[in-house]
Structure formats: structure tokens, C-alpha cells
Design a protein around this ligand. Structure first.
Ligand SMILES: [Mg+2]
Length: 450
């Protein structure tokens, strides 16, 4: 393999959207009628191997992320992939600290989502070049090499490079045994499918039953629009699944701090394992207040799906503001930054239960959580990966959930390569399905709007 072959010769990016708003899939108290979408990056090498990576969005605005990716592409195109991997932390810092573009963030918002898609594509490329699933690439790296991918700027007050290496070294001896267990059983999943806000009572009962039959023991329901509706819906769910199953609720940021506490006190009879995103995702001390108030009720606080970077996660962890750390594979700046959050959470004894769903998020987080099990925390106890049964059919190597457990991926890469027909159908606005829906009047054609 010559170095020249591994030069990244092209970065393509596509706006891919699915019309999920038509069925209220994904509806919550804040995001009414999302069209699940992604900005999808394809990195082409001289050798022919491609890296495919994405970041998630809810429809309108995906075009802005696409533009940001195009504006960052000069930092990737022309680089030799193995040189990036040799000094990945430095590459990551250059990408996220581009001297002029960093003003748009830094390390947050559209510009960080764009960085995430590029970084995720690079990890997919790396894993494909080594013919390994991403989790295995991470697990097989020696501690020093893995830690060399992380930019420790801003987090050494909570974890140093040396401490991180030590954590990984301490787990080395148990790796093989854990890999065997993981390959045999998989990793426990929970379902959010039963309680989107737009669903009818009958649909909720049917879905609870469906997931019970599939072996699920952990369920999550959206709340936050109307207290009486929440009580009614939770009664329906508890009556169907019973009180021996795990039940979480998710408010998707709608409440103020006091409102969150009062609302959750009214729901506490339903034995709630965690309240997710009770308030503004940026309000670290507000989460700490909620967390303290709900502790006596046995309700934990979870957040992270829009927590934009490792610095905010560091503070959530330091402030004892969350009991469940919900990293998101496409919100943080890709794998490198996520690894640092896992290590900080481990050091401070907070469980990581990744956010998932959307487009490709389940496909990605399974790799990260499996790495955590084998190489960092060494346990699956009280940890679950969110599972939403949507958009998996569009991937070449979709996830496999069996007996309510994610099965360890075996195909090379980060599981984020779309089928070519998916792009042909759902690229926005030129895909064949979109053309059809415009002609049927289901959606306005953006090309005809001023
Ligand atoms: Mg959520």
C-alpha cells in the first residue's frame, strides 16, 4: 500500500432527508414533525477505499451543515489518511480550530456538526482500511495509540493523558473475556419507540406489547407538553409493561428548572429511572439543582444529545448534574472527542447511556458503547443503548438487535455507509422520492420558493 494511494482525493457531501414528519415518528415536546436527515460525507482515496460519515439533523437547515462541510473540506482533501491517523489529535484540533472558521463556533453548533461528519468519515475509512468494525479497531489499539487521538486541551483539570492511559492499561487483561461475552450476547438496548408524543393511546399499547414480546425490559416515553396527558400516557405504559420494567421519560428541554422539578414530582409514582433533558441543555447548574431535588424520589437526570463538546460534559460531570451521560455520535466532534467524554465519565463514576435514533446514530453508538464495555468501564450493569427502529434499512450494514441486545457489528467500518439507492431516492431535493412527494403536494418544492 503506497502512501500516495491513501491520499484523500475528494470529499463529497450530500443532504439526505427522510419524510418522517408524515407519520409523527420522532415527535417530541420540542421537535414537532422532524424530517430525519443527515449531512453525509464521502471521502475518496486514491486506493478506491471510501470513508462514509454523517451528522444528524431534523430537516430544514441540513443545507447549512452541508455548506459548512464544504468550507472545511480544504483541510482534508490532499491529506494522506495514514498521516492523519498518526497524529489524529492534532488533525482534530486543526479542523475544529481553523483560524477563521472557529469564530462560527468554536466547537459548537453547525460548524461542530460539520466537523463531526468529517471526523466520523475518517474513522470509518480507518476501520475499513484495516478491515475491522470500528469497535474492534478501538479495542485493538494499544492504550498510548488510542489516547493519541484525543485532544486533551481544556480537560486536563479532570483527566490527564497519563491517567487515561492508566485506565485503559488496567483493563487490558480482561479484554478477551469481555469480547467473547459481547460477541455471544451483545449489548442491552432500550426502546423509545413506544411513546412519541404524536402517537395515539392504542398505538402506545400496541408498541409496548410489541417490544415486550421482543424481550425488551427498558422503555422510554416522551413527556412535557401537558401534565394530565403525561399521567394518562404513563398509566397506559405502566399498565402494559408492569412495574418491574425500567421506564424513563424525556422532556426534550421544554421546562424551566423549577417547572421540571414540580412536573417530575407529579410523575414520580410511575417509578421513573431517569428524566432526560429536563431543561435547557446549556444549563449545567440548573441540571444540578434538578438532580439534587429528584434524588430522594429515586429519579436520575440524563442529558447529552445536544451537549456540544467535551468542556460542557466536563462541567456536567463535575457539578454532579447528571447520573446518566448521553453522548451523541454526531453532535460531539466525532469519535476522538467522544472517547474523552467516556474517559471523564468513567473517572467520575457516571454511567454512559448513549443517545441514539435519528439517522445512523444507533449504527454508530453501538461501536462506542462496546468499546467502553471492553476497554474502559468493563461493565454493562445499569447501562443501555437507546434503540429506535427507523432508517436502518438504508444502510449497507444495518445494526442487528436480537433479544433486546445490539449484536456486535462484524463488517468493516463505522456502519454508516448508505445503500446507493437510498441516496438516489432521498437526496434533497433532487432524489426520486422527493420529486414524487413534491408532485403529490406532500411537501413544497424548495426550488419553487423564493
Ligand atoms: Mg432524548
Amino acid at each position: 500500500m503506497t502512501t500516495e494511494n491513501l491520499k484523500i482525493i475528494k470529499l463529497e457531501v450530500k443532504d439526505v432527508r427522510f419524510p418522517t414528519s408524515l407519520e409523527a415518528h420522532g415527535s417530541d415536546a420540542m421537535h414537532i414533525g422532524p424530517d430525519y436527515s443527515c449531512a453525509y460525507v464521502i471521502l475518496k482515496t486514491g486506493k478506491g477505499t471510501e470513508g462514509h460519515g454523517l451528522t444528524f439533523a431534523c430537516g430544514r437547515g441540513t443545507e447549512i451543515i452541508v455548506k459548512a462541510i464544504q468550507s472545511l473540506s480544504h483541510l482534508v482533501v490532499g491529506q494522506v489518511a495514514v498521516d492523519i491517523f498518526k497524529d489524529f489529535a492534532n488533525f482534530w484540533r486543526n479542523l475544529t480550530s481553523e483560524p477563521q472558521m472557529r469564530w462560527l463556533g468554536p466547537e459548537k453548533g453547525v460548524i461542530h456538526l460539520a466537523a463531526s461528519a468529517i471526523i466520523n468519515a475518517l474513522w470509518d475509512l480507518w476501520a475499513k482500511l484495516l478491515n475491522k468494525p470500528l469497535w474492534r479497531l478501538l479495542v485493538d489499539m494499544d492504550p498510548e495509540q488510542l489516547i493519541s487521538t484525543i485532544d486533551f486541551r481544556y480537560i486536563t483539570d479532570i483527566i490527564t493523558k497519563e491517567e487515561a492511559i492508566e485506565i485503559l492499561k488496567n483493563q487490558q487483561g480482561k479484554k478477551e473475556e469481555r469480547i467473547t461475552k459481547l460477541m455471544a450476547k451483545g449489548y442491552p438496548a432500550y426502546t423509545t419507540e413506544v411513546g412519541w408524543l404524536g402517537y395515539s393511546n392504542e398505538t402506545i399499547v400496541d408498541l409496548c406489547q410489541k417490544y415486550l414480546d421482543l424481550g425488551f425490559t427498558s422503555f422510554k416515553v416522551k413527556v412535557g407538553q401537558n401534565i394530565q396527558n403525561d399521567i394518562n400516557r404513563l398509566k397506559i405504559v405502566r399498565n402494559t409493561i408492569g412495574y418491574d420494567k425500567q421506564l424513563m421519560v424525556d422532556a426534550n428541554q421544554v421546562w424551566g428548572v423549577e417547572e421540571a422539578i414540580e412536573w417530575m414530582k407529579k410523575l414520580s409514582d410511575f417509578k421513573i429511572y431517569w428524566i432526560e433533558e429536563p431543561t435547557s441543555p446549556d444549563d449545567i447548574l440548573g441540571h444540578a439543582t434538578i438532580s439534587k431535588a429528584l434524588k430522594p424520589l429515586g429519579i436520575g437526570v440524563a442529558t447529552g444529545e445536544v451537549c456540544c463538546n467535551r468542556v460542557m460534559f466536563k462541567q456536567f460531570l463535575q457539578a454532579d448534574a447528571i447520573q446518566f451521560c448521553q453522548i451523541d455520535a454526531a453532535r460531539l466532534g466525532g469519535v476522538n472527542e467522544i472517547l474523552s467524554v467516556y474517559l471523564m465519565a468513567h473517572k467520575l463514576g457516571v454511567k454512559v447511556c448513549p443517545h441514539s435514533g435519528g439517522v445512523g446514530l444507533c449504527e454508530m453508538v453501538q461501536h462506542l458503547q462496546m468499546w467502553d464495555y471492553v476497554s474502559v468501564s468493563g461493565t454493562m450493569k445499569d447501562r443501555v443503548i437507546e434503540y429506535i427502529d427507523q432508517q436502518h434499512e438504508h444502510f449497507v450494514n444495518p445494526l442487528v438487535v436480537k433479544n433486546a441486545c445490539y449484536q456486535a457489528p462484524t463488517a468493516a467500518g463505522y456502519s454508516t455507509t448508505f445503500l446507493s439507492e437510498t441516496i438516489a431516492k432521498y437526496e434533497y431535493p433532487i432524489g426520486s422520492e422527493w420529486e414524487l412527494m413534491f408532485s403529490q403536494g406532500l411537501f413544497p418544492d424548495p426550488r419553487k420558493q423564493k
